[in-house]
Ligand binder design. Sequence first.
Ligand code: CO
Length: 385
Amino acid sequence: MPSLEHLGIAVDDPSAVANLYEQLLGVAPYKTESVREQGVRTHFISGGSTKLELLEALDDDSPVARFLERQGEGLHHIAFEVDDIRATMNRLRDAGFEPLSDAPRSGADGKEIFFLHPKQTHGVLVEFCQSTSVELEPTPIDTEDGPIAAYEAGASSAPPVLLLHGAAGCTALETQPLLRRLEPHAHVLAVDFSGHGASALPEDRFTADLFTRNARAALDHFDIDQADVFGFSMGGSMALHLAYRHPDRVRRIAVHGGCITWDEAQVEAMLQRLDADGLRNHQPQFAAQLEMAHRNWDALFDRMRSFIRTLPDRSDDLQRIASNIEHSTLVSAVDRDDLFSLDAPLGLHQTLPHSRLAVVPGERHALSRLALDAYAPLLRQHFEL
Ligand code: CO
């Protein structure tokens, strides 16, 4: 069902209004974005369970400028997020409503939007919106292991959170939706591990030390002394490694879909997923996504296969690392993960000295299939965001 996504507020002076909300709520705007087509600049503020969208007129003849002239500053519209904006538009048209545009338009914050006229909605301008996936701009970072890519979102004054993707994944394929979810509440950083996504393949083989250095390099680059760290699957192990190696750089940890004890059967299951030719033949759409997302996915899959084969020998090591982590950790998994059984999160939960366990309904290991409506509140609670 549609949910309240944001409240639009027309303002004369965005910095004065931003100051006001900083006094009222203790938060600064986390994003500013111009939508030229509509002659407006938007400033987003987290209102806890919803967002505030401050609307500043860029042109004298823009709809927001006309609103300000007519009514002065104040509430401009309310916006509901829907899953299918076109279906919503058709349904409302059939019901006799007249949307203000013929088709949904691009709005701020990576959304497609349309409005209903307040004449038909008892005096309130109503927006409907649907989130689309936006291409994140990578920040290149030079490291001892070659150039890697990181991504940044949210207000730099907000609590820092670092997102680590899984094996053969990347920010665009895996952690981006979580980044967008957390961006109103946190200073979110995400990194593409060496050889993944927009990061270059390193000269040497993949190791946990390499990926841990990648994560630390991202914190260093953005001058973050200490961050909450979320890691998915292999990224979860790297979050634990980072906390073990550099305990002061990590505040709290969240591991989703992680596994620290590997046997040959798990290695086999993982290697089957890392079969580039098989994916080309049987899942061509997914293969095309991988081709787009990574610089060289064949080389990445090769390296990752070698890395996965080392994991059974490293299980004792991983177990020892986990049992020495002092950080508060949220361990989570979906109840019907198609890669790991519930023994994986249970074992991790029992090994970590300070962990909480959450099991979310779900069928697939893939982070892209995780129900963020269920998981994001748990994560925000754990990270105190
Ligand atoms: Co809006």
